[in-house]
Each structure stands twice: as structure tokens, then as C-alpha cells.
Design a protein around this ligand. Structure first.
Ligand code: CP
Length: 304
């Protein structure tokens, strides 16, 4: 693939190549000298039109570990605030000889749009409610690391599926690798098209957790929703919040994941998020190696 715009543009072999490359970079970043000179001649712009902690820092670190030159742009402190368009913004940045653009944007399809209008490799770091491909890759990579494989594993994604780019990219990635996927949440927060993706809906949290090997717990995205979609926060926590008592009553251990940011005490309690079953910080750690792999593989296509 020419860009990383979404998991829907990948095939199982692409994911396999990314993971094998990430295995190598994970070993590299655990060495005393964590850097490789691979991308010394490559310049990367990180353009964030929406807030981010993990994705932004993880991309920047991945780029620096590969020895790329890095520039960072946050829309809030830029001339976007004076009315400059996306294309003008990006073309001005590209005229400074940028090779790869990593972009997070609030609009669905922003990465695809950019890839058609500018001459650079585009990596989608999250486009509205659509896709967050590197998050899904690092999530699958973390499942593979914890359980040995993704194939045949039962994964339930719990929470606000309707507004979640993490859910959609995870569904695509998990299905490509042969996992069984269910979603669990209030029916108002589950999109109607979900069954067309080969995903079952389970609205009973206890049943969903009894079924699964892994629960990927999502935040309720208040900032993207109209109040009509949503039960109150208290109702949500009562019906879909994961706490230690629920897990203790399952009679088996399951792996707990969360892409962050966590609303502690809403979708997950602190004792669960911080438990030995939680791989939440392993996901963050793996994000750097997986993003190094994605950037490295795309950079191999750039004429140098
Ligand atoms: N998981 C994730 O995308 O987190 P940030 O919004 O902090 O980047």
C-alpha cells in the first residue's frame, strides 16, 4: 500500500509484515542505544487537528528512534485559527520538503482526501469516527504478544462503538487475522451496519465477558455525541462498567485492554485498569515499535 489510511486497505500479509518488522524494532528499542539510522534522510510532519497524548508522542518517538527529522504541528496554535484551509496548510508544510505526513483530523476521510491532493506518504492517526489504523495494529500486536496469536481468539469490544474509530479499525484488523469479534454496549451506541462486518452484538456485559478471551474497553466519547444516543454516565457504569467483582465472578481470567484515555470509574475501575490482567501500558509501549514499523515500511517506497 502507498499510504496507511485505514485497516480496510490492508490484507493479512500486510499485517504480518508490519508485525515482523515491529518485532525487530521492539528488540531495538530495548537496547541501551535505542536508535537506528534507517531514516536519516527522511522528514516527517505530525499534523494534529485534534487533541492527542499517546498517538502524538508515540509517533514522534518512533520517528526519532528511526533518526528521521521531525516537525510537529497542532492546529490550535496555528494559522488554521486564521482560516487557512487543510490543503493550504499541508502544501505549505510540504514545500519545506516533507516526505511523510502523519495526520489526526476530526473529519472522516481526511487522510484519503489529503492523499489525493498532496505528494507525500500519508499515515492516518485517526479521522473522526472512522479509522485509527495504528491503534488497531498495536492492539492486535499486543494480543499476539500476550496470547501467542490473534487467530481464533475471542475479542469483545465494550463501549461506545458508534463513535469509535478504534472499534472500527480493530474489527477490520481482528477479522483479517481470523479472530472472533463481538461488540457490547448500549444499543444506541452500536451502529446498525455492525452485523455486515461479521460482528455479533451482545448487550449483556456478563455474557460478553464470559464468552471472551480479551475485553477491549472503550471510552464513551461525549465530545462526539448528541445526548439522545446515551444513557446517563451512572446508568452506563451500572450496565457496562467493568469492575473487579464482575471479573472475579467469571471463573476465568481475561485480558483487559483500553486504548486510552481512560475515564476511571466510568467504563473501567482503577483496580481493573491497573491489575495484572491489564495490558494497557503494554499497548502504549508496543505503539512505538508498531509505528516505527509502519513508518519504516512506507519510507522504503520513497525514492532517495
Ligand atoms: N489511543 C489514543 O488515540 O490516544 P490519544 O487520543 O491520546 O492519542
Amino acid at each position: 500500500v502507498e499510504h496507511l489510511l485505514g485497516i480496510k486497505y490492508l490484507n493479512p500479509n500486510d499485517i504480518d509484515v508490519i508485525f515482523k518488522t515491529a518485532d525487530h524494532f521492539k528488540e531495538v528499542i530495548n537496547r541501551p542505544i535505542k536508535k537506528v539510522p534507517s531514516l536519516r534522510d527522511i522528514t516527517i510532519a505530525n499534523l494534529f487537528f485534534e487533541n492527542s497524548t499517546r498517538t502524538k508522542l508515540s509517533f514522534e518517538l518512533a520517528e526519532k528512534r528511526l533518526s528521521a527529522d521531525v516537525i510537529n504541528f497542532s492546529a490550535g496554535q496555528s494559522s488554521v485559527k486564521k482560516g487557512e484551509t487543510l490543503i493550504d496548510t499541508v502544501n505549505n508544510i510540504l514545500s519545506m520538503k516533507v516526505d511523510i505526513v502523519v495526520m489526526r483530523h476530526g473529519n472522516v476521510g481526511a487522510g484519503v482526501f489529503l492523499s489525493k491532493h498532496v505528494n507525500a506518504k500519508i499515515i492516518n492517526a485517526g479521522d473522526g469516527t472512522h479509522e485509527h489504523p495504528t491503534q488497531a495494529l498495536l492492539d492486535s500486536y499486543s494480543i499476539r504478544e500476550k496470547l501467542g496469536t490473534v487467530k481464533g481468539k475471542k475479542i469483545v469490544i465494550v463501549g461506545d462503538i458508534l463513535h469509535s474509530r478504534v472499534a472500527l479499525s480493530n474489527i477490520f484488523a481482528l477479522k483479517l487475522q481470523g479472530a472472533e469479534v463481538k461488540v457490547c454496549g448500549p444499543t444506541t451506541l452500536i451502529p446498525k451496519y455492525i452485523s455486515s462486518l461479521g460482528v455479533e452484538v451482545e448487550t449483556n456485559l456478563k455474557k460478553a465477558l464470559e464468552w471472551c478471551d480479551v475485553a477491549n474497553v472503550l471510552r464513551v466519547q461525549h465530545e462526539r455525541m448528541d445526548i439522545k444516543y446515551f444513557p446517563s454516565t451512572r446508568e452506563y457504569t451500572q450496565l457496562f462498567g467493568i469492575n473487579q467483582e464482575i471479573l472475579d465472578n467469571l471463573g476465568k481470567k481475561i485480558v483487559i485492554m483500553h486504548p486510552g484515555p481512560i475515564n476511571r470509574g466510568v467504563e473501567i475501575t482503577s483496580d481493573v485498569a491497573d491489575s495484572s490482567e491489564s495490558i494497557i501500558l503494554n499497548q502504549v509501549e508496543n505503539g512505538v515499535a508498531v509505528r516505527m514499523a509502519v513508518i519504516y515500511l512506507l519510507a522504503q517506497q520513497i525514492k532517495r
